[in-house]
Design a protein around this ligand. Sequence first.
Ligand code: T1G
Length: 697
Amino acid sequence: MSETVKYETQDGIALISVNNPPVNSLSHPVRSGLAEAFSAADRDTEVEAIVLRCEGRTFIAGADITEFGKPMKAPSLPDVLSLMDSVGKPIVAALHGTALGGGLETALSCHYRIAAPAARVGLPEVRLGLLPGAGGTQRLPRVIGVEKALDMIVSGRQVKAAEALEIGLVDRIAVTDLTEEAIAFARELADSGAAPRRCSEQAVDSGALDAGFFDRYRQATAKRQRGFEAPQACIDAVESATRLPFTEGLEAERELFVKLISSPQSKAQRHLFFADREASNVAGLPKETPIREIGSVGVIGAGTMGAGIAINFLNAGIPVTLLEVQQEALDRGLATIRNYYQDRRKKGRLTAEQADACAALVTGTLDYADFAGVDLVIEAVFESMEIKHQVFKRLDEVCRPGAILATNTSTLNVDEIAAVTGRPEDVVGLHFFSPAQVMRLLEVVRGAKTCDEVLATSMKLAGRIGKVGVVAGVCDGFIGNRMLKGYGREAGTLLLEGASPVQIDKAVHQFGMAMGPIAMSDLAGLDVGYRIRQQRRERGDNIPASEGAVADRLVELGRLGQKSGKGYYRYDAGSRAPIPDPEVDDVIREAAAELGIERSQITDDEIVQRLIYPLVNEAALILEEGIAQRPGDIDVVWVNGYGFPVYRGGPMCYADEIGLPAVLDKIREFQSRYGDIWKPAPLLERLVAENKSFADL
Ligand code: T1G
């Protein structure tokens, strides 16, 4: 056996234990150890039944994703599982932690399954752009039926032990000791002469499915998981299970799996899996940096952002004191929070007790003195440096030593905010994205004086409230919004040059963004950008005449976006559905004429390049300046904060997939047309010159 798979026998029961920390993934040593152990148990005439279990915090959590893209070393997982299928003695799988992917497929190649009460099982391969490639699409429908199998495989969701028992995926739930009860279960089977109950020999129950079932399922899935290839392949594989004998079904599954694993989508989704985890590693931060205890939080500002921020902490069981300057605003904020929990209870997302418990954790105050004992304060007040200074001076006076003072600013300089306090080392930016209780991204903005403890505590806290924390340096717009500038600029220029709002939004939606830039402006409100451009003009910034040329006209016509029932689009009362409006086309044409811009047809490809490549170019500058730690962090920002399509892995992953030479060529072409706003970033030029990609950084 390999050192990761232990084999022992006691009283006629073979006990096979996997020990491959941290999650017992099916690396090559584990696969070969399992093959040896099951062969030995099958040959050993003393052995009457077999138990498969795992050491550590979880049963096998899947194939070893780090081995993907490298030559597969025999035995492959399907080989191991078919060997298990041929074993002539009952095999019991003892499941704890998260039996996922290849782990659940291994458990399905056992004949019986017992689970710890807190165990969860699932086939999350679809989230890696894959499908269960070791028989899961063929065995699972045979155990729990086609529809339940499709739900698990296409959603990739985890199923709790109780539900797994209910649907027949596990036979028993352990009461005290999982291993002991698994051995007792095996002993019972041996004593009763029970034969191996092979999933592969069970029939697929698809009688109730009418002829159109799978096509309807495909259509519904294509809507729910727009643009993803893997969910469709999952459906194809499960459909094969209803049409083909087991062995041929395995072949059909294998064919689909091989196609997916080399696909750009799967590479992108696997990239994000690791980038998501890598983001929490802050370069240069000693592992043993102390973490400050955050037992209570103060939030200043009870508007949409403030209430949303508060909800994140309440959901994590952390008491929140919400501070406003007027009672009416405070009451509104508290009502927003309480209604949120009532709404989640009504939707069955929370039990009544959970909803009440969360809502009870928030209190309101008009008095800064009530922040004297909190461990962390987050301000979400109006984006004005003067107001932020007033707030942070008060916080510096009232908060206890060691309290973390955070700003949710999205545009202002965190160092300038920290400078008005006597404790700049305790000041950090915690930039939430709206709606704050939904968006997973949290930019953790490290000020020049932010100390390691505050940074480490902020990153840990991000995970605790269900966010993905990404460290950003101080600059205008940090990572995401800084990149967004070029994106918004190009959207405005494309309008003037001849692309309609609908064409731009459709091209970008087709690319995979959740929403196009024009519709997004209507959602955010055109007056936001209008006010910023006005402020910049007042302070003498040199803003090109084309920037905001259309948006400013629309604002002056009272078209502020969804909030005023019309912006770039028209909106029927109570609807958010954008309706093209010929009046806006006239405004665009007038603005173009005044600027002497000749309008013409623009291809969808160019629209996508003009919008996405500025992201890549600005990101290269951000990396060079050390504002972001690594390309993967920037991908995590854009996928979790701006709706960049998961199956393209983020702007950096996408640029690598296109090929940096092609991206640079295009940027140079646009530079020749539009000047130095398209000046290629030196890092991009260097990578191309060295024949490297962002992934090499
Ligand atoms: N392979 C390799 N490393 C893995 C891994 C895996 N499958 N899963 C986790 N890790 C690493 C992870 O990178 C991190 O490393 C550490 O373990 C702890 O993970 C044939 C083809 C199991 C729920 O998709 O969902 O089977 O950063 O921080 O929050 O059909 O990990 O410490 O160096 O996430 O407690 C299918 C993926 C694979 C499960 C635990 N399985 N993993 O969450 O810890 S494809 C999955 C998870 C497959 C078959 C197909 C989670 C977790 P480091 P963590 P966690």
